[in-house]
Each structure stands twice: as C-alpha cells, then as structure tokens.
Design a protein. Structure first.
Length: 621
C-alpha cells in the first residue's frame, strides 16, 4: 500500500493507482495522512475539510464523507481508514506514506551530516528528495493544510537539499552539482547557503572568476531586497576565493579519482537499415529541438508489436545522435519480453551505477537510494540512456534522469501509458513497414533476384505482414535456395498455418525465431486476454469490433471491450482509422496455432457458432 502527499495525491492499493475525484475527500484523506497512525479528532477534521468554517451538521456530513472515501478507495485501501474515538485515523506505516518516509529519511540524513558520514548522508537525503513528485499536496484544496503542512514540508525539503549538496561537495561531486546549484541560486535568491555552495563548486572546478561574479550577484540581490550585506559565511568565503586560498582545494574530501573515459555502451547499429525516414525525423526533432540539447529531460518511447524493428530504430537513432551526448551513452536490455524474467529496476540501477564508476561496495542496497545516486551522477551531464524491451512504467521510472541535458530512449511492446501520463514521455507507435520500405529492405538483403521480381517481392512482403524481422527471415530462406524465385516462396507462405513453420529458420537463437518472439508477448497476457487472442485466430474477416470479440469469447460486451483495449495496448491488434481493429497476418497465424494447441474442438466450435449467430443478427435486413 502506498499513500503519497509529496506532489498530487497518490493512492496505490498494491495493484493499481486509485483516483479520488472529490476535492473534500482528498482534503479529508490528506488531513489523516499527515498524522498517519494517529487518531485525528472529528472536530479537527471538520475544521480542515471546511477550512475553518464547518457548516451546521458537519459531524454527520463528515461521517458521510468518510463512508464515501472508503468506497472510492476500495476494499483494501478503504479498510485502512479506521473509526476510532474521538475521530478517525489512517492505519499506515512510515514506509507506506511518502511524507512520513521523507521526514524519517531527513532526520537520519541530518544525523549523518552532523557525524560527517557524507556517503550515507548523500544516499539518505537523495532518497528522501527522490520521493517528491511536485508541490506537496498539489491537488488538495485546503488553505489550512497548505499553510501549516505544505510550507513546513517545503522548508524541510530545502534543508534536505542543502544537506545533500553539502554531502556531495564533501564527496568531490562539484561539477555534477553545478547545474542544480545555479538553478537553486536563481529560484531561492535570499537563501545564502545556496550561493555559498555555488561559489565553492565553481572555485573547485577552476572557475574562480565565475565564483567571484556569483558573489557579486548574490550581494546585489541581498542589498536590493533586504537592505543588508551578506552574512559572515558568504563574506569570508568570498575573501578566501579572492586570494585563491588553497585550503578550499586541499581538504581531504577533495581527492579526485583518475578521470575515466565516458561510458559508450550502445550495441552495434543494425548493419542494413532502410526506411523509417519520417519516424527518424520526428524522433530527432523531439530529441534535439532546434539542433540543441533540450532544457528538460526528454523521454522518447518507441512502442510496437513484436518484430516491428523498435530496437533497430532506437539503435540507429542513438548512434546518429551520440555525438550530441558527449558524457556517454548507457544501455540496458530490460528483458520485459524475453526468454528470461524482466530485469528488476534495482538490478538495472546497479549495472548503471557500475558503468558510472561507482564501486560495488558504495552502491546502496535500496532501490530508492540507488535511483537517487544515479540521478545525482547524471545531474549536469549530457548522457543518452537507451532502455530496451521494457515491460512496464514501474520498471522504467527509477531509471530516468532527474535534470536537464540527458535523454532517454525506451522501447516496449507495451503502451506504457503511465510513462506518458505521469512522466511526460513522448510515444511513437511504430507501424509495419510501408510497401516501398519492405521492397527496399528485401532488395538490400537478397540482391538482384529481389530487384527483378517485383510481383514476388510484393507478395512476399505482404505474407510477412511487412514486419522487418519476418522479412529478414524470409530473405534468409531465399538465400538458402539459390535456384528458387521469390514467387515460389511467397506461394509456400500462402497457407497461414504453415507460415510460422517456414519462417522458423533462426536455428538456436530464440530472439530471432518468429514463434519465440511472438510467444513472449503472449505469455505476458492475463488468462482472459490470452483466450480472446486465441479466439481471434479463428476469425477470418478483414477487421472486427469488440462485439465480434464478445461473440467469439462468450463474454459480455463491456468485458470484451476491455479485452480489446488490453490487446491493443499490447500491440497484438491494430486500430483502424474508422475505430475497428485488425490483426497482422503472422500474429493471426500464431493465434490460430495457439487456439488449436490450447483449446479443444468443442471450445473452437462453440466460438464459431456464436460468431455466426452474431453475424446473422448484425446483418441488416
């Protein structure tokens, strides 16, 4: 169970996020969450819910609000709202409420700062600050809570930021911290500590003149806004920088490691890459607007069905723009749809931290702390991160940088809607190749035989559903038959039931075997989704709608609609411009094969009988 107040309100019951649309219900829950585990008297809750002006009969209305809140939260989360004299409480521990977790981490981080345990302080405070998703209680419309709690939390966040940066400066991360400090000095011009930290970081990076200029600007702001000179700490630091005090550089914590070359982890770009010109232009425009590095973290998501060429396109693009990211390129195969289990985010972060020269014994144990350290290392850098074959937004989210300059490419067979909605990712759904691109690829792979046999080339491309992986497998078949025409192979592929067998020519490499590649998408489906997919393998029409799926499966229309949406999000079916759906020929061949392997004759006959009845009733008189 997770409850979040450090940003818009967040409730997750362990399976899904729960929206709370009513404003007063959000205020009620927030008022209990800030004291999670403790009883909040009903009178105090009424004062908070109505912002100090509870109406007559507010006690009864409050009881009604609590009842409705439990209903909205559902059985698991709703059970956490407990009635206990003289009021109510939310039964939740500090690890379930981000606000409580944040304050606990700040307390421990402050102790580490006072003890001089800088690595521990950095990890704890980085984890604490990583819990923030925006302004505290951003969608909780309570002036009282905003005044009493949000302002307190904001001050604690700024203190934690100061402490984390202090720890980073002791650890020698001056250059990494500079972009953040420059932003903080602008955003909080009266907070002298940020100015001092910025000056010190600039000086240690060999930028003495800029450090002195930063002091002059800070002094101008303080004199103009407050009519006062800077404090003693800032003035003394200015004098030491002015005389180039070596003591600022010779502190033990300033020992530097030898400079390592930036990571260059991208696998080789695909040898033969054709087409995708429009997609490349669109992605490049998002990645490098105006030819310059964007001012925010760019997250690009390439979605599409199995074998459509997402990884090839991502690698081609990554190599094309790598020079724009001089601090390196990172690569992780997240194995979201693969023969093994998906990579755990904590495991992926451990690999990324090792690539960034973090010794194994310094890698934090907890996921949040690893993510915070990772974001700290990427701050101020221009790095490209390619996350291939992701399974979910939850798998990707901890691997995203936190500051501008870096960019992320993600590929997935899942729509990852949460990444688009919650993290501002730009998604591009990759379609199959155009007929012209398919012909270009076959000619590049096969040579003169494909160039002269226009008709065979066209039919072969359609029998392969214009999927790049299938086209490459077909080209391998043609190469293995020197005397055969493309039309001969295209004829053999006419039988949908034999297509998968003929294209299964990859030997012992499951990542290029068409059945294996499709199976990894199929295996991620829930039972009802997999059943609907199999039944669609029995359908012979050109396109269909949710009512067709309802007839094939025997499920109610609403349930069938949800299944169709799930299959569409998994890129196993495509939506047409008119709102109907279709399935690629090769995928339908796989669905047919699964139906004959997993469903008995009676089940298949019953599905087709229901379909015939549906078609008869749906046919206009």
């Amino acid at each position: 169970m997770k409850f979040g107040l450090l940003g818009p309100m967040l409730v997750n019951d362990g399976d899904q996020d729960i929206a709370i649309p009513a404003a007063r219900q959000r205020v009620l829950l927030a008022a209990m969450l800030v004291r999670a585990g403790r009883v909040v008297p009903a009178g105090e809750l009424a004062e908070l819910v109505w912002d100090g002006m509870p109406p007559p009969g507010s006690a009864a209305t409050l009881r009604s609000y609590v009842k409705r809140l439990r209903q909205v939260l559902g059985p698991r989360a709703g059970a956490r709202v407990v009635t206990r004299y003289p009021g109510y409480l939310v039964s939740a521990g500090k690890n379930e409420v981000d606000l409580l977790r944040f304050t606990s981490l700040c307390r421990d981080g402050g102790d580490a700062v006072r003890d001089g345990s800088w690595a521990r302080a950095s990890a704890l405070l980085g984890e604490a600050l990583g819990l923030w998703r925006g302004a505290a209680m951003a969608d909780v419309p309570s002036l009282t809570l905003q005044r009493d709690e949000s302002s307190r939390l904001e001050q604690l966040r700024l203190q934690a930021t100061e402490w984390r940066i202090e720890a980073g400066l002791h650890l020698g991360w001056d250059s990494e911290l500079l972009p953040e400090l420059q932003t903080l000095a602008v955003d909080y011009p009266l907070r002298e500590r940020f100015h001092a930290q910025l000056m010190l970081a600039l000086y240690r990076c060999g930028r003495q003149g800029e450090a002195l200029a930063a002091y002059r600007l800070a002094r101008q702001i303080l004199v103009r806004e407050l009519g006062a000179e800077p404090g003693l700490e800032l003035r003394e630091l200015h004098q030491r920088i002015l005389v180039a005090d070596a003591g600022l550089l010779d502190a033990p914590h300033q020992a530097r490691l030898a400079i390592s070359p930036p990571p260059r982890q991208l696998p080789a770009a695909p040898g033969l890459f054709t087409g995708r010109g429009q997609e490349l232009d669109a992605l490049t425009a998002r990645l490098l607007p105006g030819g310059h590095c964007p001012k925010t973290v760019v997250v690009l998501l390439l979605g599409g069905t199995a074998g459509v060429g997402k990884t090839s396109l991502a690698l081609h693009l990554a190599h094309e723009v790598a020079h724009r990211f001089p601090d390196g390129q990172l690569f992780v195969n997240l194995r979201g749809f693969d023969c093994g289990d998906p990579v755990d985010p904590a495991q992926a972060l451990a690999g990324l931290l090792r690539a960034l020269e973090v010794p194994g014994h310094e890698i934090p144990a907890e996921l949040e702390a690893r993510a915070a350290r990772y974001r700290s290392l990427l701050a101020g850098r221009r790095m490209l991160v390619l996350l291939d074959n992701a399974s979910s937004a939850e798998q990707v989210r901890p691997l995203l940088p936190g500051t501008a300059g870096s960019a992320v490419l993600v590929t997935s067979r899942n729509a990852l809607t949460g990444l688009v909605v919650g993290d501002g990712a730009h998604r591009l759904d990759l379609e199959v190749l155009t007929p012209e691109e398919s012909a270009e690829l076959l000619c590049a792979l096969i040579g003169p035989r494909a160039e002269v046999d226009w008709a065979g080339r066209r039919v072969l491309a359609e029998r392969c559903s214009r999927l790049p992986l299938a086209l490459r497998l077909a080209a391998e078949l043609v190469s293995a038959r020197p005397g055969a025409d493309l039309s001969d192979l295209a004829g053999e592929l006419a039988d949908r039931r034999q297509r998968l067998q003929l294209l299964d020519v990859s030997g012992d490499d499951p990542r290029t075997a068409i059945r294996s590649v499709f199976s990894w998408s199929y295996q991620r489906l829930e039972a009802d989704q997999a059943y609907a997919f199999r039944m669609l393998g029995l359908y012979s029409g050109p396109d269909f709608d949710p009512l067709t799926v309802a007839a094939l499966t025997g499920f109610p229309a609403e349930r069938a609609r949800l299944l169709v949406e799930a299959l569409h999000r998994a890129y196993l079916i495509q939506r047409s411009a008119d709102g109907r759906y279709r399935m690629l020929g090769l995928l339908q061949a796989y669905a047919t094969e699964r139906a004959h392997d997993q469903d008995d004759d009676a089940t298949r006959r019953a599905a087709l009988t229901r379909l015939r009845e549906h078609c008869c009733h749906a046919r206009p008189a």
